[in-house]
Design a protein around this ligand. Structure first.
Ligand code: ARG
Length: 273
């Protein structure tokens, strides 16, 4: 189980150009700061240590700490990162700051030659909870070519990567429609996947709980399952029942301001160990 997460304070968070269908309304910065603090507290209450990276002026999406690098650990290499190539130019600038943060802490850096392809870190690349394999979404932000290059690199480290094609523009990142709860169970919104990918993801978990599209669009599939808790922006009766069956205690953290940017709790942190 992870012990440490990396977060970025929302000092310069803003909604400027629309990068996904959620973006359009102006944000309330004071409220955003409060919501971010409460997420930070919930992670600490769950027993995690929270590390911070300094926010940078004008990098309005830097608060979404899940996207700039993929973080892992391999017996051959120790701790490593794979830097992203973000689809939007404004977000590409964030990557160097995150890479530098990890470089200073001696993480090995696996620089893929991504060419014109895109790869968006833990937005699209999810560890199976036992860290035996990786789920990789593509279609809206990461490209198929990008995740294939990532797969080739992970193959060498002994981590199989399963490609999943995303088909609903509202579920533009894998972390909006696949949410592992444990190595055996996951929440999925099946409509977000191509038919073949929906079959592939179901094969990976013995208990698959289906969210409705409304639940997915309200970011209930973007929760954080950690240390017996499930941090989520909302709780439908249906989700509450699933969590009961899985023995997870719900913790609700409001994220309305970040949802106006297309992200919720999962997007605002990355596990670093
Ligand atoms: N506004 C951000 C973007 O569109 C939101 C990123 C959400 N991150 C995530 N892991 N789903 O890039």
């Amino acid at each position: 189980m992870p012990k440490t997460v990396l977060m970025c304070p929302p000092a310069f968070f803003d909604v400027r150009e629309p990068k996904n269908p959620f973006m359009g309304l102006p944000i309330d910065r004071v409220r955003a700061q409060r919501q971010w603090e409460s997420l930070r507290r919930s992670l600490e209450d769950a027993g995690l240590k929270v590390e911070l990276i300094d926010p940078v002026q004008d990098l309005d999406d830097m608060v979404f700490a899940a996207n700039q690098v993929f973080v892992g650990e391999a017996s051959a290499l120790g701790r490593f990162i794979v830097p992203s190539r973000m689809r939007y130019a404004s977000r590409q600038l964030e990557v160097a700051f995150y890479v530098e943060w990890f470089r200073q802490r001696a993480y090995h850096i696996i620089d893929l030659d991504l060419g014109d392809e895109y790869l968006e870190g833990h937005g699209d690349l999810l560890w199976h909870p036992d860290r035996s394999r990786i789920w990789a979404g593509y279609g809206f932000r990461s490209t198929r070519g990008g995740v294939e290059k990532f797969r080739a690199a992970m193959d060498k480290l002994g981590f199989p990567v399963t490609l999943l094609e995303l088909v609903d523009q509202y579920c533009y990142h894998l972390d909006t429609c696949l949410c592992p709860l444990s190595s055996q169970s996951a929440l999925i919104y099946p409509g977000a996947f191509s038919p073949a990918s929906s079959v592939a993801v179901r094969r990976g978990f013995s208990r698959v709980h289906e969210l409705s599209r409304d639940e997915a669009l309200e970011f209930m599939g973007n929760g954080i399952a950690v240390h017996g808790r499930f941090i989520t922006p909302r709780l439908s009766r249906h989700l509450s029942q699933i969590l009961g069956e899985e023995g997870l205690v719900p913790v609700v953290v409001e994220t309305s301001e970040f949802e106006k940017s297309g992200g919720s709790v999962f997007c605002m942190k990355t596990f670093i160990d």
